[in-house]
Design a protein around this ligand. Structure first.
Ligand SMILES: NC(=O)c1ccc[n+]([C@@H]2O[C@H](COP(=O)([O-])OP(=O)(O)OC[C@H]3O[C@@H](n4cnc5c(N)ncnc54)[C@H](OP(=O)(O)O)[C@@H]3O)[C@@H](O)[C@H]2O)c1
Length: 308
């Protein structure tokens, strides 16, 4: 059910007593939605342990400073990793597994706006890699830590509810690429993969979130300073500030409304305010075509192709 900002603020303010400790990893925590959720969560929880991943060292140091200011009782870390390379993802996860025994929150928001195709060494477009494959690799690698936690949750900030029909022989977009497919395909693949993961790991919940239009550096980062500033200005009237987005996503990260389900149904497709965004008829069609299993098998095959 959708919440109001006031309800969300009340919940977040009560977290200090309700959630004395939490361990969270923000992949894409150096900017935008990930950064502001990490800072908000740091301030909301009594004793947070928060680790962030991104490439920009200076931005990472700034977020560490902001989290320490928000809550000096927390323990914070940053690791510079280019997650468009799955080998770097595996290395980072290996290191994280030595540092943490359990992980309550895996918050995935690394990405950019696609303005053109740009292939990685693996032959997959960079944005497709960031939006889907590298995020799923973090999930797969860190599931043992999530399953060992009290409140395990995975959140992918992307385009929940904006799924499209997908072709099983073009999942990696290597057969046919278009900018619209590069946004629609990872949305569908995330929602379908999360259904499979929730049924196989019923103690963990999985949220695919559409965050709304959020005023972050995304436009400037993706389109350049001039075009990004102009578009950002034009979109201002319909935008949520990055700070407010951090409040919504702190609630989404901790609310029992999105708990794991023993029935294996703990996958949610929601807007930033928690409103169910599931496109029921499209999801039914995708399921009828067997696409949840096809997408997950393709994901495993792609990991094997790239990593072995
Ligand atoms: N903002 C919106 O209105 C909006 C709306 C719908 C969906 N989304 C989606 O939400 C996600 C987050 O958006 P945002 O607005 O928070 O964007 P943002 O402010 O540009 O932040 C993107 C994050 O991704 C990280 N990143 C990008 N490429 C990376 C790479 N190769 N390796 C590691 N980290 C990388 C960046 O860190 P470094 O620069 O340090 O590498 C940064 O922390 C994106 O996937 C976006 O498509 C956003």
């Amino acid at each position: 059910m959708a919440q109001t900002l006031m309800q969300v603020r009340e919940w977040n303010a009560a977290l200090k007593s309700a959630r004395p400790e939490t361990v969270a990893l923000f992949v894409g925590g150096t900017s935008g939605i990930g950064k502001h959720t990490a800072i908000k969560l740091a301030g909301a929880v009594e004793k947070p342990t928060i680790y962030i991943v991104g490439r920009n060292e200076a931005a990472g140091a700034q977020v560490l400073e902001a989290m320490t200011k928000a809550n000096p009782n927390g323990s914070y870390g940053f690791k510079a990793v280019d997650i468009s390379d799955l080998r770097r993802v595996d290395e980072a996860c290996k290191e994280l597994k030595t540092q943490f025994k359990a992980l309550d929150l895996l918050f995935l928001s690394a990405g950019a706006l696609a303005v053109s195709k740009n292939e990685t060494a693996a032959g997959i477009d960079v944005n497709h890699m960031l939006r889907y494959y590298s995020r799923m690799r973090f999930v797969e690698n860190l599931l043992p830590l999530l399953e060992a936690a009290h409140y395990p949750r995975v959140i992918s900030i992307l385009a929940g509810g904006k799924e499209v029909m997908i072709e099983e022989d073009n999942l990696d977009l290597r057969k046919q690429f278009s900018l619209s497919a590069s946004t629609g395909y990872p949305a569908s693949m995330t929602s379908l993969a999360f259904e499979v993961l929730a049924s196989e790991h019923p103690s963990v919940s999985f949220l695919h979130v559409f965050p709304g239009i959020v005023a972050t550096p995304l436009l400037k980062n993706s389109m350049g300073s001039v075009a990004g500033t102009i578009l950002g200005f034009l979109m201002k009237p319909i935008s949520i500030s990055a700070e407010e987005s951090g409040e919504w996503h702190t609630w989404l990260s901790t609310s029992p409304n999105f708990a794991p389900k023993n029935s294996g149904q703990g996958a949610y497709i929601v807007n930033h305010d928690g409103k169910d965004a599931t496109n029921q008829s499209l999801m039914t069609q995708l399921r009828e075509k067997g696409l949840p299993e096809i997408v997950w098998k393709h994901t495993q095959d792609t990991f094997n192709r790239i990593l072995t």
